[in-house]
Design a binder for this molecule. Structure first.
Ligand code: F6R
Length: 316
């Protein structure tokens, strides 16, 4: 008989395998006329969708709301996209309620819960996954509606993710290195996909139950750089660079940072494919697998989010 740990492990791995199918999700919503600005409300595994979208779309102002409140400018002419996988996250529901009072247009992206009742328009997504594993279902309706992806992106992305599903030994090898020395990951991103560095850190937190640090080039050259020279326990860090921008200035910054601080990246990882979608998803999926393998090595259930759930229950 399979143990609970084996069942959970299989379930989590099964969730990772659905990402390539998720990018085929074709749902979209109509944009309101006279749209002036966009606010994306969401927390955790749902909130990260807004951060990724904001880096991919810049035709209109996009502001993220990752708490109970909305910015003062929200009103008629604003589209508030409230994203909550469960549909029951209190911060997101509060933002949605506030959007209603201000006369903004509201679209909810959710698998159900109270948000499915609250929002004016709802994009229903499949239930039964961990929110962090449903990123494709939550992101694609935004990309489809704002026409962000060029033709062929979905097919290219599917092929890359499928190859990664068949061979994720790169992530596994990194997991082994981190596990062996009990390193703390330090993830540095580069625009236009800086949000993926943050996503990696949250996957380390939730899947592998490990603290992880993150920042972005060039911003980190104005603060983190000092700590890279003088912090405690620098030899316990595992520095990774997600290199989505190979411009001459960024490459010079990466090299100069290593020279000035003495820090050496263990890995400099480039995205795959040519489309924005393929690049974002390929960079992200390496982190998904790495953190899954690390959880396994640590004997930890990658599916478990019981502390987050207990906290939510306590606040009810
Ligand atoms: C991710 C996860 C959390 C939730 C967050 C918000 O898998 O479990 O980060 O995403 O607590 O909940 P939802 O996504 O339901 O709004």
């Amino acid at each position: 008989m399979e143990s609970q740990a084996e069942i959970n492990d299989k379930k989590f791995l099964g969730e990772l395998l659905t990402l390539k199918e998720q990018v085929k999700f074709r749902e979209r919503f109509a944009l309101p006329q006279d749209l002036r600005d966009v606010v994306i409300a969401g927390m955790g595994g749902s909130g990260i969708v807004g951060s990724i979208f904001k880096e991919l779309y810049s035709k209109l102002p996009v502001v993220l709301a990752n708490s109970y409140e909305l910015p003062d400018f929200v009103g008629k002419g604003t589209l508030v996209v409230a994203i909550s996988y469960s549909g029951n996250t209190e911060e997101t529901l509060a933002a949605c309620g506030e959007a209603k009072k201000r006369g903004a247009s509201i679209v909810g992206i959710t698998s159900g819960g109270a948000l499915a009742q609250e929002a004016e328009k709802v994009v229903k997504i499949p239930s039964g996954l961990q929110p962090r594993s449903a990123l494709g279902y939550m992101l694609m309706p935004l990309l489809n509606s704002f026409e962000v992806c060029k033709d062929g992106s979905v097919e290219e992305t599917y092929g890359i993710l499928e190859r990664m599903d068949n061979d994720n030994s790169f992530g596994e090898k990194m997991a082994e290195e981190i596990f062996k020395e009990k390193y703390i990951p330090l993830i540095y991103g580069t625009s236009p996909y800086s949000s993926i560095a943050y996503r990696w850190s949250t996957q380390f937190n939730e899947n592998a139950k490990l603290m992880a640090l993150w920042s972005n080039f060039p911003e980190l050259n104005h603060n983190n750089t000092m700590a890279l020279k003088a912090s405690y326990r620098l030899d316990e860090l595992y520095p990774i660079c997600l290199l989505s921008n190979k411009s001459e200035r960024i490459m010079r910054r990466i090299n100069a940072t290593q020279e000035v601080t003495g820090m050496r990246f263990r890995q400099i990882i480039e995205p795959q494919g040519t489309s924005n979608l393929a690049q974002v998803m390929s960079l992200m999926h390496i982190g998904d697998y790495l953190t899954y393998h690390l959880a396994k090595l640590r004997g930890i259930d990658p599916l478990d989010v019981s502390a987050i759930e207990s906290l939510k229950a306590k606040l009810k």
